[in-house]
Design a protein around this ligand. Structure first.
Ligand code: NAP
Length: 247
């Protein structure tokens, strides 16, 4: 990935940070996007030896994609972007019974509208042969009633992936998604400490443990690499085989 430039949204922590680190390790320069956590984004940048820069913008609000495009364009000074990783997302908003129209609209705005228009606005800067990778979730194939609206947003992302892959194929741009399962990060570590939870999930996972950001980042890095030139329109599960069936 030497000489390539990648934008990773939501790279101030968690899976986004792991992706930034993995792409940088492969030689890419990384645009580290954040919303609230500028310190976290700067820490990510420091961890990749300063090979890139940070851009800060809230996603899910009017003008978000234009704001990201403006900052990326200014920082790249006319150079092309080669890889876009749509990683930033809002968290599940609970079951149908307690969901609200406001929380639903927010999820759709951050998880669906923002990546869609980010792609639209960044396409003129994206090099032919470029890569778009969006982070989905196993929630699209695994019914979990506390995540219905969240799963709907990821389903939309997967549909977008297939259709844009066809549309952007003539430019050699590949469009894929990666679907993590239960992935332990700094932000959710306390949640997974809930007594018995990690053991329960590990017991339903073919490979017998929770995932890490690095587990997911390696898959993203492959899809972002030249080696994945013949893979497009796909959703790659990166869950260690969560809920594949009854053993
Ligand atoms: P995380 O730790 O909660 O980090 C989310 C990142 O997204 C942060 O950098 C945050 O920025 C940014 N972000 C959130 N809302 C934003 C907004 N409105 N505007 C701009 N940036 C925003 O997330 P994660 O657990 O690493 O998950 C990363 C991706 O993997 C998400 O798409 C998630 O749905 C997916 N996923 C995760 C898991 C899991 O178990 N962790 C499982 C399945 C799928 P700031 O911190 O700067 O505000």
């Amino acid at each position: 990935m030497n000489g390539r430039v990648a934008l990773v949204t939501g790279a101030s922590r968690g899976i986004g940070r792991a992706v930034a680190e993995r792409l940088a390790a492969a030689g890419a320069e990384v645009v580290v996007h954040y919303h609230r956590d500028k310190t976290g984004a700067e820490e990510t940048l420091a961890r990749i030896g300063g090979r890139g820069f940070v851009v800060g913008a809230e996603l899910g609000v009017p003008g978000d994609a234009d704001e990201v495009r403006r900052q990326v364009h200014a920082a790249l000074e006319g150079r092309a972007l080669d890889v876009l990783v749509n990683n930033a997302a809002a968290q599940p908003a609970g079951p149908l019974a307690t969901d609200t129209e406001e929380a639903f609209d927010r999820l759709m705005a951050v998880n669906v509208r923002a990546p869609y228009f980010l792609i639209q606005r960044l396409l003129p800067m994206l090099s032919d042969g470029g890569r778009i990778v969006s982070i989905s979730s196993v929630a699209t194939r695994m019914a979990n009633p506390v995540q219905t609206s969240f799963a709907m947003t990821k389903g939309a992302l997967e549909t977008m992936t297939r259709t844009l892959a066809l549309e952007l194929g003539p430019r050699g741009i590949t469009v894929n998604a990666v679907a993590p399962g239960a992935t332990r990060t700094e932000a959710n570590a306390a949640f997974f400490e809930t007594p018995g939870l990690s053991e329960l999930i590990a017991g339903h996972t073919a490979l017998g443990r929770l995932g890490s950001g690095e587990d997911v980042a390696d898959v993203v890095a492959f899809l972002a690499s030249p080696a994945a030139r013949w893979v497009t329109g796909q959703v790659v599960d990166a869950s260690g085989g969560l809920y594949l069936g009854v053993a």
